[in-house]
Design a protein around this ligand. Structure first.
Ligand code: ARG
Length: 263
Protein backbone atom coordinates (compact mmCIF):
# COMPACT_ATOMS: atom_id res chain seq x y z
CA UNK A 1 0.00 0.00 0.00
CA UNK A 2 2.73 2.45 0.82
CA UNK A 3 4.39 1.82 -2.53
CA UNK A 4 1.14 2.76 -4.18
CA UNK A 5 0.86 5.85 -2.01
CA UNK A 6 4.24 6.99 -3.19
CA UNK A 7 3.20 6.32 -6.75
CA UNK A 8 0.15 8.47 -6.22
CA UNK A 9 2.22 11.30 -4.87
CA UNK A 10 4.62 10.99 -7.77
CA UNK A 11 1.65 11.18 -10.11
CA UNK A 12 0.48 14.34 -8.42
CA UNK A 13 3.91 15.84 -8.83
CA UNK A 14 3.92 14.73 -12.43
CA UNK A 15 0.65 16.54 -13.03
CA UNK A 16 1.70 19.61 -11.13
CA UNK A 17 4.93 19.78 -13.04
CA UNK A 18 3.49 18.81 -16.41
CA UNK A 19 4.90 21.92 -18.02
CA UNK A 20 8.24 21.80 -16.25
CA UNK A 21 10.65 19.77 -18.32
CA UNK A 22 13.05 19.44 -15.39
CA UNK A 23 10.77 16.91 -13.70
CA UNK A 24 10.00 14.87 -16.81
CA UNK A 25 11.72 11.83 -15.30
CA UNK A 26 9.09 11.66 -12.59
CA UNK A 27 6.50 11.23 -15.31
CA UNK A 28 8.21 8.29 -17.01
CA UNK A 29 6.04 5.20 -17.57
CA UNK A 30 6.23 2.93 -14.56
CA UNK A 31 7.19 5.75 -12.23
CA UNK A 32 3.55 6.57 -11.49
CA UNK A 33 0.32 4.73 -10.91
CA UNK A 34 -1.92 4.76 -13.96
CA UNK A 35 -4.64 7.36 -13.47
CA UNK A 36 -8.10 5.92 -13.07
CA UNK A 37 -11.17 7.82 -14.16
CA UNK A 38 -12.91 10.53 -12.15
CA UNK A 39 -15.89 8.56 -13.50
CA UNK A 40 -19.46 9.06 -12.52
CA UNK A 41 -19.22 12.77 -13.04
CA UNK A 42 -20.87 15.02 -15.56
CA UNK A 43 -19.65 18.03 -17.46
CA UNK A 44 -20.42 21.42 -16.00
CA UNK A 45 -19.39 25.07 -16.40
CA UNK A 46 -17.83 27.90 -14.46
CA UNK A 47 -21.22 29.60 -14.81
CA UNK A 48 -22.61 26.85 -12.57
CA UNK A 49 -19.50 27.00 -10.31
CA UNK A 50 -18.30 30.63 -10.65
CA UNK A 51 -15.83 30.23 -7.77
CA UNK A 52 -14.03 27.40 -9.58
CA UNK A 53 -10.55 28.58 -10.56
CA UNK A 54 -7.85 27.01 -12.73
CA UNK A 55 -4.42 27.19 -11.14
CA UNK A 56 -2.02 27.37 -14.07
CA UNK A 57 1.59 28.02 -14.96
CA UNK A 58 2.63 31.28 -16.60
CA UNK A 59 1.54 29.88 -19.99
CA UNK A 60 -1.95 29.18 -18.61
CA UNK A 61 -1.52 25.40 -18.54
CA UNK A 62 -3.76 24.17 -15.72
CA UNK A 63 -2.22 21.88 -13.09
CA UNK A 64 -4.52 22.25 -10.07
CA UNK A 65 -7.89 23.62 -9.02
CA UNK A 66 -8.66 26.37 -6.57
CA UNK A 67 -11.70 28.01 -4.97
CA UNK A 68 -12.35 31.74 -4.98
CA UNK A 69 -13.32 32.73 -1.43
CA UNK A 70 -12.99 36.53 -1.82
CA UNK A 71 -12.52 38.73 -4.90
CA UNK A 72 -8.73 38.42 -4.58
CA UNK A 73 -8.26 35.24 -2.50
CA UNK A 74 -8.13 31.63 -3.66
CA UNK A 75 -7.93 28.53 -1.48
CA UNK A 76 -5.96 25.62 -2.95
CA UNK A 77 -3.81 22.71 -1.75
CA UNK A 78 -0.37 23.33 -0.30
CA UNK A 79 1.02 20.47 -2.40
CA UNK A 80 -0.05 22.37 -5.54
CA UNK A 81 2.37 25.15 -4.59
CA UNK A 82 5.45 22.93 -4.22
CA UNK A 83 8.21 24.50 -6.27
CA UNK A 84 6.00 27.41 -7.31
CA UNK A 85 6.67 31.12 -6.86
CA UNK A 86 4.43 34.15 -7.29
CA UNK A 87 5.86 34.60 -10.79
CA UNK A 88 5.34 30.97 -11.89
CA UNK A 89 1.62 30.78 -11.09
CA UNK A 90 -1.55 32.26 -12.59
CA UNK A 91 -5.18 31.94 -11.54
CA UNK A 92 -7.83 31.77 -14.26
CA UNK A 93 -11.52 32.31 -13.50
CA UNK A 94 -14.58 32.08 -15.70
CA UNK A 95 -13.00 29.56 -18.07
CA UNK A 96 -14.95 26.28 -18.41
CA UNK A 97 -12.52 24.72 -20.90
CA UNK A 98 -8.81 24.17 -20.38
CA UNK A 99 -8.34 25.13 -24.02
CA UNK A 100 -10.41 28.28 -23.61
CA UNK A 101 -8.96 31.75 -23.78
CA UNK A 102 -11.87 33.57 -22.12
CA UNK A 103 -12.38 34.54 -18.51
CA UNK A 104 -10.11 36.48 -16.18
CA UNK A 105 -6.40 35.76 -15.75
CA UNK A 106 -4.68 37.03 -12.63
CA UNK A 107 -1.13 37.05 -11.45
CA UNK A 108 -0.46 36.05 -7.86
CA UNK A 109 1.05 38.60 -5.49
CA UNK A 110 1.39 36.30 -2.48
CA UNK A 111 1.38 32.56 -1.77
CA UNK A 112 0.62 31.52 1.79
CA UNK A 113 1.26 27.84 2.52
CA UNK A 114 0.29 26.37 5.88
CA UNK A 115 3.59 26.52 7.79
CA UNK A 116 3.11 22.95 9.04
CA UNK A 117 2.89 21.51 5.53
CA UNK A 118 5.47 18.92 4.48
CA UNK A 119 3.57 16.37 2.39
CA UNK A 120 -0.13 15.78 1.64
CA UNK A 121 -0.15 12.56 3.69
CA UNK A 122 1.16 14.49 6.70
CA UNK A 123 -1.78 16.94 6.65
CA UNK A 124 -1.78 20.76 6.59
CA UNK A 125 -2.52 20.60 2.84
CA UNK A 126 -3.89 24.12 2.47
CA UNK A 127 -2.66 27.28 0.77
CA UNK A 128 -4.16 30.71 0.10
CA UNK A 129 -3.23 32.76 -2.95
CA UNK A 130 -3.62 36.53 -3.08
CA UNK A 131 -4.50 37.72 -6.58
CA UNK A 132 -3.15 40.84 -8.26
CA UNK A 133 -6.40 41.20 -10.21
CA UNK A 134 -9.76 40.80 -8.50
CA UNK A 135 -12.09 38.19 -9.98
CA UNK A 136 -15.55 39.40 -11.05
CA UNK A 137 -17.13 36.10 -9.94
CA UNK A 138 -19.18 35.13 -6.91
CA UNK A 139 -16.89 33.56 -4.28
CA UNK A 140 -17.78 30.41 -2.37
CA UNK A 141 -18.51 30.60 1.31
CA UNK A 142 -16.23 28.44 3.37
CA UNK A 143 -16.93 26.35 6.40
CA UNK A 144 -16.70 27.85 9.90
CA UNK A 145 -14.21 26.37 12.35
CA UNK A 146 -17.08 25.40 14.64
CA UNK A 147 -19.04 23.50 11.95
CA UNK A 148 -17.25 20.22 12.61
CA UNK A 149 -20.56 18.33 12.31
CA UNK A 150 -20.72 18.80 8.53
CA UNK A 151 -18.49 15.76 7.97
CA UNK A 152 -20.99 13.16 9.18
CA UNK A 153 -20.42 9.86 7.35
CA UNK A 154 -22.82 9.32 4.48
CA UNK A 155 -23.37 13.03 3.79
CA UNK A 156 -23.27 13.81 0.09
CA UNK A 157 -20.41 16.07 -0.98
CA UNK A 158 -19.65 17.58 -4.37
CA UNK A 159 -16.30 17.50 -6.16
CA UNK A 160 -15.37 19.72 -9.13
CA UNK A 161 -12.34 19.75 -11.41
CA UNK A 162 -10.51 19.30 -14.69
CA UNK A 163 -8.53 16.25 -13.56
CA UNK A 164 -7.94 13.03 -15.47
CA UNK A 165 -11.06 11.14 -16.50
CA UNK A 166 -9.81 7.86 -17.92
CA UNK A 167 -7.05 5.41 -17.27
CA UNK A 168 -3.91 6.70 -18.94
CA UNK A 169 -6.04 9.58 -20.19
CA UNK A 170 -5.44 13.27 -19.98
CA UNK A 171 -7.30 15.93 -18.11
CA UNK A 172 -10.84 16.83 -19.04
CA UNK A 173 -11.02 19.83 -21.34
CA UNK A 174 -14.40 20.71 -19.87
CA UNK A 175 -14.94 21.19 -16.14
CA UNK A 176 -16.56 18.16 -14.47
CA UNK A 177 -18.42 17.54 -11.25
CA UNK A 178 -19.68 14.54 -9.28
CA UNK A 179 -21.09 13.73 -5.88
CA UNK A 180 -19.51 11.33 -3.39
CA UNK A 181 -20.53 10.25 0.13
CA UNK A 182 -18.34 11.22 3.09
CA UNK A 183 -16.60 8.30 4.79
CA UNK A 184 -16.18 7.88 8.55
CA UNK A 185 -12.79 8.35 10.20
CA UNK A 186 -12.73 4.64 11.08
CA UNK A 187 -13.50 3.71 7.48
CA UNK A 188 -10.79 5.96 6.13
CA UNK A 189 -8.27 4.72 8.66
CA UNK A 190 -8.97 1.15 7.58
CA UNK A 191 -8.05 2.21 4.03
CA UNK A 192 -5.00 4.32 4.75
CA UNK A 193 -3.76 3.44 8.24
CA UNK A 194 -1.64 6.08 9.90
CA UNK A 195 -1.45 8.19 6.71
CA UNK A 196 -5.03 9.23 7.51
CA UNK A 197 -5.03 12.06 10.03
CA UNK A 198 -8.58 12.69 11.16
CA UNK A 199 -7.64 16.12 12.51
CA UNK A 200 -6.51 17.36 9.09
CA UNK A 201 -8.29 15.15 6.56
CA UNK A 202 -11.68 13.78 5.58
CA UNK A 203 -12.43 11.00 3.07
CA UNK A 204 -15.16 10.74 0.47
CA UNK A 205 -16.03 8.04 -2.03
CA UNK A 206 -18.18 4.97 -2.62
CA UNK A 207 -17.19 1.63 -1.07
CA UNK A 208 -16.96 0.19 -4.57
CA UNK A 209 -15.11 3.20 -5.95
CA UNK A 210 -16.04 4.40 -9.40
CA UNK A 211 -16.37 8.12 -8.64
CA UNK A 212 -13.46 10.18 -7.39
CA UNK A 213 -11.18 13.10 -7.93
CA UNK A 214 -7.93 12.31 -9.74
CA UNK A 215 -4.65 13.89 -10.85
CA UNK A 216 -5.19 17.53 -11.74
CA UNK A 217 -8.21 17.91 -9.46
CA UNK A 218 -6.04 18.72 -6.46
CA UNK A 219 -6.61 22.04 -4.80
CA UNK A 220 -10.21 22.10 -5.97
CA UNK A 221 -13.26 22.13 -3.72
CA UNK A 222 -15.11 19.52 -1.74
CA UNK A 223 -18.46 21.23 -1.22
CA UNK A 224 -20.88 20.18 1.51
CA UNK A 225 -24.27 21.85 1.25
CA UNK A 226 -22.71 24.22 -1.28
CA UNK A 227 -20.10 25.41 1.22
CA UNK A 228 -16.34 24.89 0.76
CA UNK A 229 -15.51 22.27 3.40
CA UNK A 230 -12.59 20.37 1.87
CA UNK A 231 -9.71 20.58 -0.60
CA UNK A 232 -8.81 17.76 -2.99
CA UNK A 233 -5.57 16.37 -1.57
CA UNK A 234 -4.55 12.75 -2.22
CA UNK A 235 -5.60 9.12 -2.59
CA UNK A 236 -4.43 5.67 -3.54
CA UNK A 237 -4.88 5.67 -7.31
CA UNK A 238 -8.27 7.13 -8.24
CA UNK A 239 -11.78 5.72 -7.86
CA UNK A 240 -10.47 2.39 -6.62
CA UNK A 241 -12.72 0.21 -4.46
CA UNK A 242 -11.70 0.53 -0.83
CA UNK A 243 -9.67 3.70 -1.39
CA UNK A 244 -11.73 6.88 -1.08
CA UNK A 245 -10.35 10.28 -2.01
CA UNK A 246 -8.72 12.24 0.81
CA UNK A 247 -9.56 15.92 1.29
CA UNK A 248 -8.22 18.59 3.61
CA UNK A 249 -10.62 18.96 6.55
CA UNK A 250 -11.17 22.67 6.22
CA UNK A 251 -12.82 23.29 9.61
CA UNK A 252 -9.37 22.69 11.12
CA UNK A 253 -7.87 25.42 8.96
CA UNK A 254 -10.83 27.79 8.71
CA UNK A 255 -9.44 30.35 11.15
CA UNK A 256 -6.03 30.28 9.47
CA UNK A 257 -7.71 30.89 6.12
CA UNK A 258 -9.76 33.70 7.60
CA UNK A 259 -6.58 35.36 8.85
CA UNK A 260 -5.18 35.19 5.32
CA UNK A 261 -8.34 36.73 3.89
CA UNK A 262 -7.86 39.76 6.07
CA UNK A 263 -4.18 40.18 5.36
N1 ARG B 1 -2.90 14.59 -5.73
C1 ARG B 1 -3.80 14.71 -6.85
C2 ARG B 1 -3.54 16.03 -7.58
O1 ARG B 1 -2.50 16.64 -7.34
C3 ARG B 1 -5.22 14.49 -6.44
C4 ARG B 1 -5.44 13.08 -6.15
C5 ARG B 1 -6.79 12.78 -5.66
N2 ARG B 1 -6.87 11.37 -5.61
C6 ARG B 1 -7.95 10.70 -5.31
N3 ARG B 1 -7.94 9.42 -5.39
N4 ARG B 1 -9.03 11.33 -4.93
O2 ARG B 1 -4.25 16.38 -8.50
Amino acid sequence: MFGLDRATKAAALCTAAAAAAATALLCAPGAVAAPRPIVGGTTTTTTAYPFMMQITDASQNQFCGGTLVAANKVVTAAHCMTGETTSSVRVVGGRTYLTGTNGTVSKVSRIWVDPGYTDATNGDDVAVLTLSTSMPYTPASYVAATSTGVYAAGTTARIVGWGTTSENGGSSDQLRTATVPLVSDAGCRSSYGSDYLASDMVCAGYTNGGTDTCQGDSGGPLLIGGVLAGITSWGNGCAEAGYPGVYTRLTTFSNLVKTQLNS
